[in-house]
Design a protein around this ligand. Structure first.
Ligand SMILES: CC(C)(COP(=O)(O)OP(=O)(O)OC[C@H]1O[C@@H](n2cnc3c(N)ncnc32)[C@H](O)[C@@H]1OP(=O)(O)O)[C@@H](O)C(=O)NCCC(=O)NCCS
Length: 170
């Protein structure tokens, strides 16, 4: 099984918020932001897997800071951990505008993508080698996030979620 580094598939995606992307308050619509986050993660996951990838799950996303018409939106995506056929991707959203060069973080989320073969069946992907302290931290905590989402999706029994239980036992 081959392995890859986080940097090999790190993805940056940039958009400018246009009138058709906004609600009547001239704020970027949440659904449009989710779409851009999904695209950034799809590109990132595809680069890691070298396969077609599909979105299997989107973890909690909150919209606490409005992104206004004319703002430049930069989305970064990086694989935090590769499992068997699926991988967890961490996505961050930043806004800035032409008047001030200040970059403000607006959102973050974890998405899960699954790699598919040419017949549309899940296929094994390269493992991920974390390097930095942040990458290692996310790599380790990815196990309990995976257990939580599989339990919530009805794909894992709560009693099998060992990593998750550890949090409460510490
Ligand atoms: C995602 C999909 C390929 C999984 O297919 P499946 O038949 O359930 O396959 P498996 O049971 O072998 O699961 C494959 C992987 O997906 C993961 N997975 C499936 N559902 C998941 C969920 N809700 N959350 C997290 N991971 C999930 C499994 O844990 C497994 O990961 P692993 O191999 O790394 O352990 C299938 O459900 C699908 O095609 N969904 C639609 C995808 C799509 O079109 N997305 C765009 C939005 S419509």
């Amino acid at each position: 099984m081959s392995s890859k580094k986080v940097a090999d598939s790190f993805t940056t995606f940039t958009e400018i918020v246009m009138p058709n992307d906004t609600n009547p308050m001239h704020n970027l619509m949440g659904g449009n932001l989710l779409k851009w986050m999904d695209i950034a993660c799809g590109i990132c996951g595809g680069k890691h897997a070298n396969k077609i990838v599909v979105t299997a799950a989107v973890d909690n996303v909150s919209f606490s800071r409005p992104i206004k018409i004319g703002d430049i939106v930069t989305i970064t995506a990086q694989v935090t951990r590769a499992f068997n056929t699926s991988m967890e991707i961490f996505v961050e959203v930043f806004k800035e505008n032409f008047r001030s060069s200040e970059k403000v973080k607006c959102n973050e989320a974890f998405l899960t993508f699954v790699a598919l073969d040419d017949d549309g069946r899940p296929v094994t992907i390269p493992e991920l080698i974390p390097e930095t302290e942040d990458e290692n931290r996310r790599f380790i905590s990815a196990l309990r996030r995976r257990e939580l989402r599989l339990v919530l999706a009805g794909r894992m029994k709560p009693e099998e979620a060992k990593e998750l239980k550890e949090i409460f036992l510490q």
